[in-house]
Design a protein around this ligand. Structure first.
Ligand code: COA
Length: 137
């Protein structure tokens, strides 16, 4: 997908690197992540390799961010589907679109970390389990 080109995911429209209003992202994250505070996203997205958004009837219902190391590694962050839209395979569509875009932008490895209960989701997205480390700073 070229940036701005839409594609369909079961009626939701996926768009690569769209302009996103803080109000829309804050509404999506607020509904999905209990501890998340409203934020301004322009500085975050300015450093992203790419991001994918999903809209249904104009409403932002899904988002995934991809950051890169400038080389072959990319990381997906903030995979989010609005609670009203879950278990319709929109999350898988978002992550697979993110993987396609990361590959098109030169990444060869896509990383993600997640809580144990989400392993079936990420396995269906195509990830295999590996060991990884995490340090709270
Ligand atoms: C995780 C999340 C993005 C999944 O989105 P979704 O659109 O509901 O996922 P899909 O419909 O594509 O799921 C496909 C399959 O993955 C698995 N799956 C999805 N969500 C799951 C969950 N919460 N727990 C366990 N398995 C899950 C299921 O096998 C599902 O297939 P099924 O519905 O036929 O059982 C969504 O639940 C979400 O936004 N959660 C809150 C934010 C979050 O924790 N994000 C993950 C960051 S690492």
């Amino acid at each position: 997908m070229a940036p701005g080109d839409p594609s369909q995911a079961d009626g939701a429209v996926l768009v690569v690197r769209p302009d996103l209003a803080d109000a829309d992202l804050n509404e999506l994250f607020g509904a999905s992540w209990p501890d998340r505070r409203p934020a301004s996203f322009a500085p975050v997205l300015a450093r992203s390799l790419t991001w994918i958004a999903a809209r249904r009837a104009g409403r932002l219902v899904g988002f995934v961010n991809v950051v890169g190391d400038g080389g072959v590694h990319a990381f997906i962050l903030d995979t989010t589907v609005h609670p009203d839209e879950r278990r319709q395979r929109l999350g898988i569509c978002l992550v697979r679109a993110a993987a396609d875009e990361a590959r098109a932008r030169g990444a060869e490895w896509l990383h993600v970390d997640y809580e144990p209960q989400l392993e079936p989701f990420y396995v269906q997205c195509g990830f295999r389990q590996t060991t990884a480390g995490l340090l709270r700073l």
